[in-house]
Design a protein. Structure first.
Lengths: 431, 400
């Protein structure tokens, strides 16, 4: 099926098509059949889903940039709205995401039911300015960060799946030109926001997001992009993509519509992030638009992405800590709970110390970003610290459960695999 | 949400930094070499600080830290716990040993401020108070202290030996932990203010130490030392149910301050190392850790750890200012800052090679000074125990 054929179909139908095909493929197959399937799928395929028709829906007087609220005192307290949102998201994480996490990881699928239920939260509306039908009145980096932390508590990959489209909307709100905002943002302030993601990574050891192999050429009114992107979250079904590429030797980000000619995907599963259905995306002379205008800053773009991953790490690290506490209190060895041993108890204490360290670093960077102040140094240090500490928490989580932790009977091995992504990922999300 | 230093304390931070650089640093090495001699220069500085404290209700200082936030419900506060922590960070950026020797800024002053009644506050105002907890056979196991206090009319009679009393010889008085009844365990431990010159109290020895040499560390003997009943701090009753809470409350207030010391000491090492290595570093944080040189990766990693320790310290102080229970957070701050401060100061010596190891620079001194900050007011391991017990819901008899 090529993109032209799909373009005329209604969104609802498309959505149903995309939603039903994955469980059909994965849910009922025996493991060896699945292996065969994966093998046959190794070659690049055209997009399974075509682009939604994005067209100018609303008219703006000017480009939308959300204002920052002034701040004075050192203050770790949350607003009432933030507390209410957290309660809702924490319940969602506990009741919806966590119970679905194991199977989603096993199937390497983001279940339709989870996507549908997550849309009911209406998070997408908070990524779009009021003038374009959304509910965002001012910068809400902190609120977005808290949301990621709470969703990450439910499941790392499911949270990443839910947040990936929001990241594109946040990026368009922060960086998009007037016309880009008019064309792309209204769709995000709807009951059926587009599937979207940010593609920065490339398959390169020691990957450096400032030295990209993917390039863009400016020809006439268009930019033509070629290259290959790695670990693209839900890339195969994305209706809108933000792709990082070098333009005249400098990194820039381009808006690419799903189903564009020259786009192809190959399944690329990782150690974790399974439910995020990561793919390698090949771009062969794909036409795109350059994101933003003069105020676009690639470093800040990457920093807001890094902070999103760090926020997920906070939530997932907290879930490791909350899991090992009752386990070590109940697990008896040598006649008493293993938590009575300092060698066990101190690991748990260190988990709490480093988790709180991570949290302070991430909160600080997000608060600075929200206040419209420079935050590159703080985001850099937060990512550095989180990458190390969250993996330590992840590996200690497995260690404390011993052999049990190594099996799929417990979630710690999944957290271990997922948390390795924090030090790896660039792009993908955006607060 | 905002985790930046509040504007209203910026002047205090700047002033403390000026004191650190222009007053403490120039005499740092002198008193590192001249252990046990009193840094007389501090008298003038202490008077200046007293003046500043008297002039401002939310000023920094050991005697103001520990006061819980204002009674009135007036929203979020940044009060004396935070200003004190900020002030201490800058002073220890100057010299930790000298800060610890600062007249009238002893840990005993914090204890008095935290638990004294109004009459006692009045009576001990302006006095320099040291803190005496540790005994030869009782380090971290402070519930097991042997120094006894026996009621005799209007007095308590103290008997026992205390060691590692910071400023024990120089201070005007010492806050002494003693037990009313060893059989009743922690609940019977009370603190007493013993004024210098009280018959029966003798400084028997001054320690020779690895670091913080400017600060005197005394061993004090109490033999039939009579202390008025009115000098007992806090509740005189033995409340077995409440246990250790009374005396331990002090620690919730002083641990963030020791964390602040570790943050300040490490800041000195980190900043000096960055100056010395400036040709090799990446001041704009433009190279990601994965692509950075070893020296850049090492320094940025230390910086991240340091920032985390600093923020945890401010968090614990902020909670105290806002009347939130902060026992776990105080221990988290102390544990993190203690170990990170030590790691940073030692790594800086290593990075700077013979320049770091030699006495021409202060890096080797800071590496020696930092070690005590992971030990006193509860070692790293004691903090881990406290945190773990809280998280796991375990008593001290279960998680020993």
């Amino acid at each position: 099926m090529n993109s032209n054929q799909i373009q005329g179909m209604g969104l609802g139908m498309l959505s149903r098509f995309a939603q039903s095909s994955w469980p059909d493929r994965f849910g009922i197959r025996k493991p060896f059949e699945r292996l065969l399937y994966s093998g046959s799928k190794a070659g690049f395929q055209l997009a399974g889903v075509a682009a939604r028709q994005f067209s100018k829906g609303s008219s703006l007087d000017k480009t939308q940039r959300l204002p920052s609220a002034p701040k004075g005192l050192f203050d770790l307290s949350l607003t009432e709205e933030q507390q209410m949102m957290r309660e809702t998201l924490q319940r969602f994480a506990r009741d919806v995401l966590r119970p679905a996490a194991h199977q989603s990881d096993h199937d390497a699928v983001f279940p339709d039911s989870i996507r549908t239920q997550s849309l009911e939260l209406g998070l997408n509306f908070y990524a779009v300015p009021e003038a374009l039908g959304g509910m965002a009145a001012e910068q809400s980096v902190v609120t977005n960060m808290l949301a990621a932390e709470d969703l990450g508590y439910g499941d790392f990959s499911l949270a990443a799946s839910i947040l990936a489209p929001m990241g594109v909307a946040n990026a368009l709100t922060r960086w998009g030109s007037k016309v880009q905002q008019e064309v792309y943002l209204p769709a995000f302030a709807s009951e059926t926001p587009p599937q979207a993601c940010i593609a920065v990574m490339e398959a390169e050891p020691l990957f450096n997001p400032f030295l990209l192999s993917t390039t863009a050429l400016h020809t006439g009114n268009e930019y033509v992009i070629s290259g290959e992107k790695s670990l693209v979250i839900h890339g195969a079904t994305a209706e809108l993509l933000l792709v990082a590429a070098l333009l005249d030797g400098k990194p820039a980000v381009f808006i690419v519509r799903g189903g564009s000619e020259g786009l192809s995907f190959r399944e690329e599963q990782g150690m974790g992030l399974k439910a995020a259905q990561t793919v390698t995306m090949h771009l062969d002379n794909v036409i795109g638009e350059k994101l933003g205008e003069d105020d676009f800053d690639y470093t800040t773009f990457l920093d807001l992405s890094a902070l999103a991953w760090c926020a997920l790490a906070l939530g997932t690290s907290q879930s490791v800590l909350d899991y090992v506490i009752p386990y070590c209190n109940e697990r008896v060895a040598f006649g008493e709970p293993i938590s009575h041993r300092q060698s066990v108890a101190f690991i748990i204490a260190d988990m709490a110390i480093e988790l709180e360290s991570m949290r302070m670093m991430v909160w600080r960077a997000a608060a600075l970003a929200e206040a419209g102040k420079p935050f590159h140094r703080e985001a850099y240090l937060a990512r550095l610290l989180c990458a190390e500490k969250t993996m330590k928490i992840g590996t200690d989580g497995v260690q404390l459960l011993g052999g049990h932790g190594f099996t799929k009977e417990h979630p710690v091995e999944r957290w271990y695999r997922d948390l390795r992504a924090v030090g790896v990922m660039h792009g993908g999300l955006h607060l | 949400m905002n985790l930046e230093t509040p504007k209203k304390f910026q002047m205090l931070v700047d002033q403390a930094q000026q004191v650190a650089l222009n007053f403490l640093r120039p005499i740092s090495r002198k008193y590192d070499k001249a252990e046990h001699s009193y840094p007389k220069e501090l008298d003038m500085l202490a008077s200046l600080l007293d003046g500043m404290n008297d002039g401002a209700p939310e000023s920094a200082g050991a005697s103001t830290a520990g006061k819980r936030g204002a009674q009135a419900n007036e929203g979020i506060r940044n009060g004396s716990n935070m200003s004190t922590a900020l002030g201490i960070i800058e002073m220890c950026y100057g010299d930790t040993g000298l800060l610890l020797s600062m007249p009238r800024q002893g840990l005993g002053n914090s204890a008095i401020a935290a638990v004294a009644n109004d009459e006692q506050l009045e009576r001990f105002m302006g006095k320099w108070a040291a803190m005496a907890i540790t005994e030869p056979g009782t380090g971290s196991d402070s519930a097991n202290i042997r120094t006894s206090a026996t009621r005799d009319g209007d007095d308590f009679i103290l008997n026992g030996e205390k060691i590692y009393v910071t400023s024990g010889e120089r201070a005007d008085c010492v806050v002494v932990w003693a037990t009313l009844d060893r059989n009743l365990g922690r609940a019977a431990i009370k603190s007493f203010v013993v004024e210098k010159g009280t018959p029966g109290m003798t400084v028997t020895r001054l320690e020779h130490k690895l670091g913080i040499k400017a600060s005197d560390t005394a061993a004090i003997n109490f033999t039939d030392c009579r202390v008025p009943v009115a000098n007992l701090l806090g509740n005189p009753e033995i409340d077995v149910g409440k246990g250790f809470a009374g005396v331990m409350e002090t620690f919730d207030n002083t641990r963030p301050l020791v964390a602040a010391m570790a943050v300040g000491c490490a800041k000195a090492s980190l900043e000096r190392t960055k100056e010395l290595l400036k040709d090799y570093l990446d001041p704009n944080y433009s190279t990601l850790p994965l692509n950075a040189s070893n020296v850049v990766a090492t320094v940025t990693r230390m910086e991240a750890e340091w920032e985390a320790a600093r923020l945890l310290t401010l968090k614990a102080a902020w909670m105290a200012d806002n009347k939130q229970p902060n026992s776990k957070e105080a221990s988290i701050a102390k544990a993190k800052a203690g170990r990170v401060g030590n790691e940073i100061t030692l790594k800086c010596v290593e990075l700077c090679a013979s320049v770091g190891y030699g006495e021409d620079e202060l890096l080797e001194k800071w590496a020696r000074d930092s070690k005590i900050l992971d030990i006193f007011e509860g070692t790293q391991q004691i903090q881990q125990l406290i945190i773990a017990r809280r998280l796991l819901g375990k008593s001290s008899s279960e998680l020993k």
